[in-house]
Design a protein around this ligand. Sequence first.
Ligand code: SF4
Length: 325
Amino acid sequence: MSNLLEIKNLRTTFSTMQGKADAIRGVDLQVKENEILGIVGESGSGKSVTMKSVMGLLPRSAKVTADALIYKGEDLTKKKEKELRSFRGREMAMIFQDPMTALNPLRTIGYHLTEVICRYRKVSKKEAEAIAIEMLRQVGIPSPEERMKQYPHEFSGGMRQRVIISMALCCEPSLLIADEPTTALDVTIQAQILDLLKQLKQDRGMSVVLISHDMGVMANMCDRIAVMYGGVLVEEGKVDEIFYQPKHPYTKDLLRSIPRPEVTRGARLQAIDGAPPTLHNMPKGCPFATRCQYATEKCFEIMPETRVFSDTQNAKCHLLTGKEE
Ligand code: SF4
């Protein structure tokens, strides 16, 4: 599979009252055509900031640099801001955790959809309405003609998330970034939305980047997984490599901390000791050093190199002896 998006040495720094904070520290990542790539990690690991940096959705206090951001063969770092805005709107779309915050409670669902369609596609209002109805139908909203006239509060949480997905699809993007799209939903609706994303990937040949902290969701949904910690991509591989042959100590700890139904009643859940470092007290070297049971002095001082284990799996840890990248 060829690359749809290739991120090379992405760095994002925020200016804060306490000084500069490096949120993303040199991420290299590829999204292949027609795949679901999962980005997993704890809160604050940089998974959302990575994709928001690519989308240009961060506040002005963020400084984003990259050696290259190659999308369909074009380097986005060479484009002007205005060009980028319309390019991103058409080619990439992002959906978020809480669908209610993305919808204006004073506007109808039809207004939300037709506004996006008219902004990015050269169509009349009537054509935009027809496209909007078709989009709602495709994401499984019954009686879409009627639903177009209703307001967000008349929709359930799952239905609102479907509306957001249909808005994202209005411009027929090649890349959909879903940032914890089911965290605010109950389990049955969660399964429906995840099935819908899989279906859309299959029907439209779209690539999906799924951001989540839920390893169960990742196992079910993804072709490949990237594990992030402290603004660094610490391991990536195919889903089976990550689940059955994890290399990085953090990936192993994450997998150990998944609750298992077969565990005896009353047994303690395994957790990773300590808390992730804040952006202002990040070790110079490996970000996991403050919690890693194998950490040495070198780990705190020197960022580990990437070690390669297969065509698809690599990890960053001083302990590992795979090939150098
Ligand atoms: Fe642990 Fe050191 Fe490996 Fe980081 S580099 S994961 S601290 S052993």
